[in-house]
Design a protein around this ligand. Structure first.
Ligand SMILES: Cc1ncc(COP(=O)(O)O)c(C=O)c1O
Length: 486
């Protein structure tokens, strides 16, 4: 009876409203549910689940707080700033505050080592990069048409680009054998498959630096990508939301640089997505940017931005903060240092117990290789082991299949959304898990059960997974891409 009411209610709503395009019902949310039900707290819940599935940059908030305290006129809600309150509260132009667009363009230049110059008149606001992606999908493709996306990719692209637009995403399969490089061959294969399936490809979406890999594309690969989209006359959307997290400083190459080096490049095909959610650590402010070299796209996206404007109060405050060159310079370099330190603490710590990861130096995460822990090289085994990680090691990391990874056994580990103490506990939990299970192989089963009564159930499952003959054929010890040595 109850379900028939639900069905009837659903039929009153639109197909978009009732389809599963948001992805909230996917099994990958189980990790979040486990965290919500039992969140770690150092004093109140030390046995709780540690959230390592959230790509947040919380390592440099002390610097932000200090700036806020010494720049009280940046806010319209302080005695020092209240005189601007009315002017800011009534501003409603969808071009945005000119000083905000200028500050954002300069910030984008600075994050890319001032080797490029972004034009404030091409800056279009959106509700985070989330809104920017959907806006571009609306501008560039019709329902049923598609974008190619190299795998593994950020899971919410399925929601952001597809859900309300009816656009499709088609995977460009990248593999660990060459460190998930985007090759011309992989691009051509995906393009040809779409053609065979009668799907019109309108663009290629590249995330650089990559979420989840934490790597960034070299100049040659970017040139290949530009040549590919030029040859096919399709759009290139480059998500550079993690540009400022590159810990190797100047090594990052933006698409904005590369297009200047490819004279044949049709600039009407090139579009960038940016946001302050990662580099500044402000996902709550919902500051997203569409930056297009195509005048028509700028103009249409700006009209569409009415649906996702950034509050003028936020624009006002950020215009002030991001125009403070000294602060920005110091923030970017200090943030990079802290991210690098945290990244190295984790990856080196894990390497000590033989857990490898893809070599990376960007993003707020690393790509952990647990292939040898799987009972067999299947996504079912990956899921089973992920549940062990959540329920027994009590860490919410994200399984590779949620990123459309083509090979089971990879997991994304976020490391910048917690304080040092929590990070140490998380690391300790993984290390002791591995160590305990090494002992398991040495001791006989009976001895083990006698000594570890409380681990009885979980250890049986772990033992199954760790038995050498059941290891994945792609052991990380044999893999050229992993940094860890036993
Ligand atoms: C690659 C990528 N693009 C877009 C987003 C969405 O960012 P925003 O919070 O600005 O909407 C994320 C967030 O994790 C991301 O990783």
């Amino acid at each position: 009876m109850e379900s028939s009411i639900k069905i009837n209610n659903h039929s009153l709503l639109s197909k978009i409203a009732t389809n599963n395009g948001h992805g909230e019902n996917s099994p990958y949310f189980d990790g979040w549910k486990a965290y919500d039900a039992n969140p770690f707290h150092p004093q109140h819940n030390p046995e709780g689940v540690i959230q390592m599935g959230l790509a947040e940059n919380q390592l440099s908030f002390d610097l932000i707080q200090k700036w806020i305290e010494s720049n009280q006129n940046a806010s319209i809600c302080t005695p020092q700033g209240a005189s601007c309150f009315k002017e800011i509260a009534i501003f409603q132009d969808y071009h945005g505050l000119p000083e905000f667009r200028t500050a954002i363009a300069n910030f984008m230049n600075r994050v890319r080592g001032n080797r490029v110059r972004f034009d404030p008149d091409r800056i279009v606001m959106s509700g985070g990069a989330t809104g920017a992606h959907e806006t571009l999908a609306f501008c560039l493709a019709d329902p049923g048409e598609a974008f190619l996306v190299p795998t593994p990719y950020y899971p919410a692209f399925d929601r952001d680009l597809r859900w309300r637009t009816g656009v499709n995403l088609l995977p460009v399969v990248c593999e660990s054998s060459n460190n998930f490089k985007i090759t011309r061959e992989a691009l051509e294969t995906a393009y040809e498959k779409a053609k065979f399936d009668n799907i019109t490809v309108k663009g290629l979406l590249v995330t650089n630096p990559s979420n989840p890999l934490g790597t960034f594309l070299d100049r040659e690969t970017l040139k290949d990508v530009v040549n590919f989209i030029n040859d096919k006359s399709i759009h290139l959307v480059c998500d550079e939301i993690y540009a400022g997290t590159v810990t190797k400083g100047d090594a990052f190459v933006s698409i904005a640089e590369v297009i200047e080096e490819v004279p044949t490049c049709n600039l009407d095909l090139i579009h960038l997505v940016y946001s302050l959610s990662k580099d500044m650590g402000f996902p709550g402010f919902r500051v997203g940017i569409v930056y297009s070299y195509n005048d028509n796209v700028v103009s249409i996206a700006r009209k569409m931005s009415s649906f996702g404007l950034v509050s003028t109060q936020t624009q006002h405050m950020l215009a002030s903060m991001l125009s403070d060159d000294k602060f920005v310079e110091n923030f970017i370099s200090e943030s990079r240092i802290r991210l690098a330190r945290r990244h190295d603490t984790f990856t080196r710590g894990l390497a000590q117990v033989g857990i490898g990861s893809l070599e990376s130096n960007a993003g707020l995460f690393f790509w952990m290789d647990l292939r040898r822990f799987l009972k067999d090289a299947t996504f079912e085994s990956e899921m089973a082991f992920w549940r062990v990680i959540i329920n027994e090691i009590k860490l919410n990391v994200s399984p590779g299949q949620s990123f459309h990874c083509s090979e089971p056994g990879w997991f994304r580990v976020c490391f910048a959304n917690m304080d040092d103490e929590t990070a140490m506990i998380a690391l300790w939990r993984i290390k002791s898990f591995v160590r305990k299970n090494r002992n398991l192989k040495i001791k006989t089963k009976n001895q083990y059960w006698q000594n570890n009564q409380h681990l009885r159930l979980s250890s049986r499952r772990l033992e199954d997974m760790l038995t050498p003959h059941r290891m994945s054929p792609h052991s990380p010890l044999a893999s050229p891409l992993v940094r860890a040595q036993n």
